[in-house]
Design a protein around this ligand. Structure first.
Ligand code: LIP
Length: 262
């Protein structure tokens, strides 16, 4: 099996999982638990959707590993690991804000950002029925439209960011926003990293930066960006991860990293 088949698996499962998430949202959503902080919530739908994804992947790819937000990791024997956020934008989902996505990526190598090689990705926004997908070397697509990052280089960029659930990190996050505003025409805070990255790939955002992301938040979206001709990284020279995730076209990416590290 190759990346094209993994991409199709990700697309098919993301679509089915997104439909389940949307149905559960319409039936009413309750917070099942809080995790790292009061703001860091999980709903029963997050858990149910992740279980559906795990079940479908086990049927299609029984020897693969699994790394998801809401359940225990599984080490596979095939060299392929599926990195999954069942509902990215959980707070939006819980509040009924229709901006959330199912994020599924297939990676090879050690399932750690910076060590893995992303092979295929699907990010599905079920309320507006937009499915972003990519495979390594095959380009990034929204449906049948090939995606390309914007060519904006500096002042006048539409940037997106986010803030972690830990209030103790907000001063640093806000100071970083202040430094980045020299580049920005405006700022967006969508609340779903996978869609922020998908929108950079689609040229709907010129750049995105956020501290505190988990592997499942960025695994699929990062491949969309690089297959759309963009660059994704973390701290200067580093991989995307909890310290920082930055995504943009090459010229803007360099300017953003300069400012992030001041
Ligand atoms: C969310 C990210 C978002 C970030 C939130 C949270 P979740 O993921 O998509 O960009 O700002 O703090 O990490 O928790 O909804 O899967």
């Amino acid at each position: 099996m190759d990346a094209e088949q993994w991409e199709q698996i990700a697309v098919d499962i993301a679509r089915e999982a997104g439909a389940l998430a949307r149905r559960r949202r319409a039936e009413g959503v309750a917070v099942a638990a809080t995790k790292s902080s009061l703001a860091d919530i999980v709903t029963e739908a997050d858990r149910e959707v992740e279980q559906l994804i795990r079940d479908r992947l086990a049927e299609a790819r029984p020897d693969d590993g699994f790394l998801g937000e809401e359940s225990d990791p599984r080490v596979g024997t095939s060299g392929v690991t599926w990195v999954v956020d069942p509902i990215d934008g959980t707070v939006n989902y819980a509040y009924g804000i229709p901006h959330y996505a199912v994020s599924i990526a297939a990676v090879t190598g050690e399932p750690v950002p910076g060590a893995w090689e992303a092979q295929a990705a699907a990010v599905y926004s079920p309320v507006i029925d937009e499915l972003f997908h990519a495979r390594r070397g095959g380009g990034a697509w929204l449906g049948e439209r090939r995606l390309e990052v914007s060519r904006v280089t500096d002042a006048g960029a539409l940037l997106a960011t986010g803030f972690g659930y830990d209030p103790a990190t907000h001063d640093g996050d806000l100071a970083r926003v202040r430094r980045m505003m020299v580049l920005a025409r405006d700022l967006r805070r969508g609340g779903a990293a996978a869609l922020d990255l998908a929108y950079v790939a689609a040229g709907r955002l010129d750049g995105y930066f956020e501290r505190g992301l988990k592997p499942w938040d960025h695994a699929a979206g990062a491949l969309l960006v690089t297959e759309a001709g963009g660059v994704v990284g973390g701290r200067p020279g580093g991989a995307p991860g909890p310290e920082m995730t930055v995504a943009a076209g090459a010229a803007l990416f360099a300017r953003m990293q300069d400012l992030l590290d001041e």
